[in-house]
Design a protein around this ligand. Structure first.
Ligand SMILES: C[S@@+](CC[C@H](N)C(=O)[O-])C[C@H]1O[C@@H](n2cnc3c(N)ncnc32)[C@H](O)[C@@H]1O
Length: 274
């Protein structure tokens, strides 16, 4: 069994931090070992030290495999339901009230979209909200650094566990039982292809500025928990540069912006306005 030394863990931790902003605390040593061990075996490597040179280059397929293995992608539909209620009851009506000055466009970005549950929950909420409001166009962009979860999001097959918070009316409208058999533990469901096509997925590292600008709303939830204050500041600055003045910024209920300098105004739990 391949073991990891403190020195090897430090080298790997430094590379992960530099590339993603994610800070792996010493308590994560067993997790790093478990998640990378099978990759080392595939490469016929017997020491983590020999893996380090393969991930030192900024780009390349091994860097991608490394990041995919070490990012944590836990998510589910309608996570923090209260925030989706606020989005439906307050944020979307406020966007609509500015209708013509926006050219009847609503631009929304899910900045750490993982396997798609968050952007598709946004898509369902927008579908329901905008029905009957003709002329409106919703541009929904979802991004993540992890290419594997983006692939899963595009596939759009979800477990019963992942959709447990979806209201029944939306469940019957947007999900059909998946006929294949990939997972024996949970029943699986196919997301409605028409809804799926309303979200555009791109790979993006939040440590870099995002090419897309002028968003009315940015969801950046449950990703800053993995960052230290320095990465957080860089990420928040980058994200806010893509948000319109007056636009809304959502973080999760277990995160805070206390250690970050911004001129955002708090409007509700985990919800800010530029
Ligand atoms: C725990 S998931 C959050 C998913 C969803 N936003 C939610 O709240 O349920 C965190 C995601 O952040 C992504 N991530 C971590 N570091 C990132 C970075 N530097 N740039 C972009 N995405 C990153 C991970 O790949 C992961 O999919």
């Amino acid at each position: 069994m391949i073991d990891i030394t403190d020195k090897e863990f430090d080298l790997i931790k430094d590379i992960m931090y530099k590339r993603t902003g994610v800070l792996l605390k010493p308590t994560k040593k067993p997790l790093v070992m478990t998640r990378l061990r099978s990759r080392l075996e595939e490469l016929h490597l017997t020491r983590f030290l020999d893996y380090v040179p393969l991930i030192e280059k900024e780009t390349g397929s091994e860097m991608e495999i490394f990041i995919n293995a070490l990012t944590t992608n836990e998510t589910y539909f309608f996570r923090h339901t209260k925030q989706f209620n606020y989005f439906y009851e307050t944020i979307l009506p406020s966007i609509v009230s500015k209708g013509s000055s926006n050219g009847f466009n609503a631009r929304i970005w899910s900045g750490a979209s993982s396997s798609g549950e968050e952007p598709y929950s946004i898509a369902m909420t927008c579908r329901e909200f905008f029905k009957g409001k003709s002329g409106w166009k919703v541009h929904l962009i979802a991004s993540d650094i992890n290419s594997e979860v983006i692939g899963e999001a595009k596939e759009g097959i979800y477990s019963e566990r992942s959709i447990k918070e979806v209201p029944e009316t939306l469940k019957s409208k947007y999900f059909k039982p998946y006929e294949g058999s990939r997972n024996k533990m949970w029943k699986e469901f196919n997301l409605d292809p028409a809804l799926k096509s309303t979200v555009r997925f791109v790979q993006h590292n939040l440590l870099k500025p995002f090419a897309e600008k002028d968003f009315d709303v940015v969801f950046l939830r449950n990703v800053m928990i993995y960052f230290d204050s320095q990465s957080k500041q860089k990420v928040v600055d980058n994200v806010l540069a893509s948000l319109k003045p007056g636009g809304y910024f959502l973080i999760s209920l277990s995160e805070s912006l206390n250690d970050v300098k911004t001129s955002l105004k708090t409007v509700s739990s985990g919800i800010y306005q530029k």
